[in-house]
Design a binder for this molecule. Structure first.
Ligand code: ASP
Ligand code: MG
Length: 417
């Protein structure tokens, strides 16, 4: 029998009414002849509540600052959210006459590393599930987000980890597809709040989905998309609130015709920093970016300018929130004599706009068209970076929406290929 993985996120199992609605969708797939592996999240808000309880339990006498706590016990507590929803969904399915049972991570087992709070899945032997499916089980309801360490203790995979659980099961059990039910109905060509012309994509390639982080990250944990790409698991993102078809995230060979540009992504809170006049010598980039990395600054774009008289300017972008840390790390390194610069220029009013599409690999002039469009709009480009399937620019934040709308029009994203 073909197998299907269906994953329901927090808002899709938020209460018994939502759990019943999920059960109706599951029954439909059972009736179509699938062996169904359901992966559930905790009820929405529940994991945050549990994390808060652990924090409170670890507080000292001042009852203000969370103290040190045993990560193994953190996992024991936060894994309970999924335990509850898996059991409840099994009860509701049984009530509908379906042979269903719940499975905790350790029961399957979902073998993970012992990195408590951020464990990685190592293997999911399918023998136990296979045996139950061979008996009479029609639906296995898996508690997402959790696994078991080599020493037998409960682990969790990191926040948002149940998407990764779902993809890992689809790979391990050879499922035909992994359907991710959530509160949005798919992946759009751009943020629909920025332009009403945003269109739901029928299909998108794994690579594009990874590059469109700002459009996709809220919907699917990035790690789960990487895992799906590596294991060739076809993912469908769809809403549990209606019966509309969603967006299929798949290998590019499965996409016959696509627009040259698939989507326009943006990220609002970016900053640009430039070290003016640093020595142009081997090791300078390493010297600058080591203290930044040590300070946990998330560096995105990097541009090294042309050198004159052995001096050069080094520009990079990072989230606005990282600017104070970046500044301190650079000033401290300069004070330690690790490198020198004349000035540190900061621009905290920029946003990043990116166009993404696998079609760029075989089409010339995509970047040129983007730049021409910005020129016509009178928008100045501050930094440019490109990859094989993406062109990103930094622009003044006040022009972000305009730029997105204008590029969405220019590349005719409201039209299907
Ligand atoms: N319940 C977990 C969380 O909120 C895992 C998930 O929902 O994916 O992070
Ligand atoms: Mg989620």
């Amino acid at each position: 029998m073909p197998r299907l993985v269906m994953k329901f996120g927090g808002t899709s199992v938020a209460d018994l009414e939502r759990i019943r609605a999920a059960a109706v969708k599951i029954k439909r797939e059972v009736d179509r002849g699938y062996q169904v592996i359901v992966v559930v999240s905790a009820m929405s808000g529940e994991t945050n509540r549990l994390v808060g309880l652990v924090d409170q339990a670890s507080m000292g006498a001042d009852a203000k600052t969370p103290g040190f706590f045993d990560a193994r016990e953190y996992d024991a507590v936060v894994a309970s959210g999924e335990l509850v929803t898996s059991g409840l969904l099994a009860v509701v399915l049984q009530e509908m006459g379906i042979q269903a049972r719940s499975w905790q991570g350790w029961q399957v087992p979902v073998n993970t590393t012992d990195d408590h709070g951020a464990a990685r899945i190592e293997s999911i032997p399918s023998d136990n599930l296979d045996a139950k499916f061979a008996e009479d089980m029609e639906v296995a309801v898996i508690a997402g987000f959790q696994g078991v360490a080599p020493d037998g203790r409960v682990t969790t995979l990191g926040r948002g980890g149940s998407d990764t659980t779902a993809v890992a099961f689809a790979a391990a059990l050879n499922a035909e597809r992994c359907d991710i039910y959530t509160d949005v109905d798919g992946i759009y060509t751009t943020d629909p709040r920025i332009t009403a012309k945003a269109r739901k994509l029928e299909r998108i390639a794994f690579e594009e989905m990874l590059e469109l982080a700002s459009l996709g990250a809220k919907v699917l944990q990035t790690r789960s998309v990487e895992l799906a790409m590596r294991n060739r698991v076809r993912l469908q993102v769809l809403s549990s609130f209606n019966d509309e078809p969603g967006t299929l995230v798949c290998a590019e060979e499965e996409i016959m015709e696509s627009n040259v540009v698939t989507g326009v992504a943006c990220s609002r809170d970016e900053a640009k920093m430039t070290l003016i006049s640093v020595a142009d010598r081997p090791g300078i980039a390493a010297a600058i970016f080591t203290p930044l990395a040590d300070a946990g600054v998330i560096v995105d774009m990097i541009v090294q300018n042309i050198s004159e008289d052995g001096r050069t300017d080094m520009t990079f972008s990072c989230p606005v929130a990282d600017v104070p840390r970046a500044e301190k790390a650079l000033e401290d390194a300069k004070a330690r004599g690790e490198f020198n610069y004349r000035e540190l220029d900061k621009d905290t009013d920029v946003a990043k706009v990116s166009i993404v599409g696998i079609g760029m690999r075989s089409h010339a002039g995509v970047a040129q068209k983007m730049f021409k469009n910005l020129a016509d709009d009178g928008v100045n480009i501050k930094v440019i970076t490109t990859s094989e399937i993406k062109v990103s620019v930094l622009v003044d934040r006040k022009y972000m929406e305009l730029t997105v709308q204008s590029l969405h029009d220019a590349f005719e994203l409201e039209r299907t290929a």
